[in-house]
Each structure stands twice: as C-alpha cells, then as structure tokens.
Design a protein around this ligand. Structure first.
Ligand SMILES: [Ca+2]
Ligand SMILES: [Ca+2]
Length: 380
C-alpha cells in the first residue's frame, strides 16, 4: 500500500521540485518511514553503494543526502529499502492517515454495533498505528488458551486481570509497565500540555484519573512532544480548509486508483469518484497556491462535495450518530496539529453551536459546502 501511495505522490509532484541535477552537491531531504534501527541500517546500506554523503535522523524519519545526483535517482535508491520514501512529508502523512482511516472503517463489522469493543483492528500495521491515537479502540490481550482474559477486551489504558473468582477484569494499566519509547517520535502531547513518553503512558495516566473532572477533560492532543504551537491568525485560518479540502479530494482519487485490490470504496462511491478522476479539469495532487485552490473550488465545486461527506463518515464511527466527538476527531487531529498550527482553531470554529460535537451541517459548512448540498445519503 505504501509504495503505491508514495509513487502516486511522486509522479504528481511538480517536475521543478524533483529535479536537482543542476545544483552541485545539493542537500536533498527525504522522508523515509524508518521505525527501527534495522530500517536505518537498510538505508545506510543502499546509500553506501552509491557513494554519497548522508545523515540519518531516525526519530524524525528523515534522511539528508549531500550529492549532485538527481533527486529522482536518490529517491529510487532509497526505495530499494522497501520503505515508504517521499519528498513531501506533509502530503504523505495526510494521505496515509486518511487512507488508514478508510481501512479501519472497513475493518469494522458491517452491521451497526453499539459496543465499541467489537471494533476489529485489522492486520494492516498502519491501521494498528492509527488505533494508537484513537481512544475508543479497544485492545485484545494475548493470553494462553483458556485463560479467562483470552478474548476479554480492555479499553486503551487498561489491562485484563483475573479477580478472586477467576473472572476477567479490566484494570488501569500501571504506566511503568508500558514499553519504553523507541524515540522522541513516540512521545505524545496531552491537552494538559504535558509530554507523555508514549500513547500507552498517556492512556494509562488518563485511566488513573477516570471519574475525575481532570480525567474527563484530558485528551491526547497530538503526536510528538509538546511544543509551542504558533497562534493561528485569522487569515491563516481561512487558508486551512482550502488545503484540507484539496487533500480530501486527492485521497479519494488515490483510493479509486488502487481500489482494484482493496475494495475500499463501494460501487456507488466508486462511481462518484470516477467522475472526479476522469474530469479533465481536475487539479492534480501537489502543492498549489492558495489562489489556485480557491479558484478551483469555485469552478469545480461539485468535485468537493462527496469527499467532504466521505471523510465525515470515516470519522463518525464511535458511535455513528451524525456527530463527531473529540475522540472521533482524534485520529485526524493528532498527526496534523504539529504540522498545521491552525488545526485546533479550525475544529473549534467548526463547532458553531459550541456543544463540543461537530454535526454534519457544521462540518460541511466549515469546508464551504452549501447548505442545500449537504446530503446524509452521501455517507455510506
Ligand atoms: Ca459520532
Ligand atoms: Ca456542534
């Protein structure tokens, strides 16, 4: 899946940004999805073969290469590691997360389940990764056969224990039992503005505060250590939906392109996206100026209606009630906040009636979809 996405992004990237052949010993920056020392070893091996100077920043998953070789050549070399490699980390993270949200929704049972612990986390490793940031996802403890805790699901932050009657019981996990983080990239920032070593540490701490006002208000705010997020200025807040809307549309197109194997879209959805895909006026994925994005929205407004509805449906799952809670928004917000400092202001502004939930009408309105075009039937 990752290779498909990255190659899609690369092929759609403006030519001028890929070619660096004319610059002498230019430093090229790549995002390589390395999750362990072994993965950075693979990068070292492939780069040594082509004899270039390089530096690996494992926590931030970045590789800096000093070379006069063409960026495309370096990109191909890095891809030999089998890892996801891209020049444009922001776009990549977005698309991967949105695709994974899609995958997760499809991994859930088709019939509506009132009990959250019925949600399955699929075998796709990235899906599991997304689950890390979703407070509503339950985890399954891996115990020996016939242990009472086998198949007894506990909420994130809790572990299964057996009581005196040999009955399974979910109790708060001691943060000390959480695995040590592999690097700073596993840190998370809570809404209390405290950095936690990992999402495990965060949820264990939240569990210990269960029933208190403090615990109720505590959420995972974003991925990465707490940092100063610059205040979002009014004009910047206006730019945010332009980019997000364009990303949503491109996620749909990417899903459509790879749908043969994955069936991530149903037939009705495929037909809708086909129209967008085949539209010759479609703005191809990439970094576009805000003016161009605004103009495209105005001219090709109809292309944006379905992607905005689709994303709402992807998020509204726990429960699927037509409202997005803080927890439901979390998989989208958490990776986005460190990159886009207007994220929090945007979602706050979306909640027009300030009831802490974002209704479909509020959501669609935030993205500039007109009231008469809001259609619950577009969410399948
Ligand atoms: Ca909901
Ligand atoms: Ca609301």
């Amino acid at each position: 899946m990752m290779d498909l996405i990255s190659s899609h992004l690369i092929s759609s990237h403006p030519e001028s940004e890929i070619s660096g052949a004319d610059a002498e010993h230019q430093t090229h920056e790549f995002f390589v999805d390395m999750t362990c020392e072994g993965c950075s070893g693979a990068v070292t091996r492939v780069l040594k073969k082509i004899d270039v100077k390089f530096d690996i920043d494992l926590p931030n998953k970045k590789v800096f290469i000093e070379s006069d070789k063409d960026t495309g050549v370096l990109l191909e070399t890095l891809k030999k590691t089998g890892k996801t490699v891209t020049l444009n980390p922001k776009m990549r993270v977005w698309i991967v997360f949105l695709l994974c949200l899609a995958g997760k929704a499809l991994a859930a049972p088709a019939e509506e389940e009132p009990v959250i612990d019925e949600v399955e986390v699929g075998s796709n490793p990235v899906q599991v990764e997304t689950g890390e940031f979703d407070e509503a996802i339950e985890i399954v403890e891996d115990f020996a056969v016939e242990h009472p805790c086998l198949n007894h699901h506990c909420k994130k932050g809790k572990v299964c224990e057996v009581d005196d009657n040999n009955e399974p019981l979910c109790v708060c996990q001691d943060p000390l039992t959480c695995p040590a983080p592999a690097g700073e990239f596993e840190h998370v920032c809570g809404t209390d503005n405290k950095t936690y070593d990992s999402s495990c540490h965060f949820f264990a701490t939240k569990c210990a505060l269960e029933g208190t006002k403090k615990g109720h208000k505590l959420h995972l705010d974003y991925i990465g250590p707490c940092k100063l997020i610059a205040p979002c200025l009014k004009n910047e807040l206006g730019e945010f939906p332009l980019r997000m809307r364009d990303w949503l549309k491109n996620v749909m197109v990417t899903l459509y392109e790879r749908d043969d194997e994955n069936n991530l879209l149903n037939e009705k959805q495929k037909l809708r996206v086909k129209k967008i895909y085949e539209n010759e006026k479609r703005l191809i994925a990439g970094d576009h100026s805000l003016d161009l994005l605004a103009l495209d929205f105005e001219k090709n407004y109809n292309m944006y209606i379905f992607p905005v509805h689709w994303q709402f449906g992807q998020l509204d799952q726990h429960p699927s009630d037509g409202f997005l809670s803080h927890t439901e928004l979390s998989p989208l917000r958490a990776p986005l906040i460190p990159m886009e400092h207007c994220t929090t202001s945007f979602f706050e502004a979306c909640d027009a009636d300030q009831d802490k939930y974002i209704a479909l009408e509020e959501w669609a309105g935030c993205f500039g979809i007109k009231e008469q075009d809001i259609d619950k039937d577009l969410i399948v």
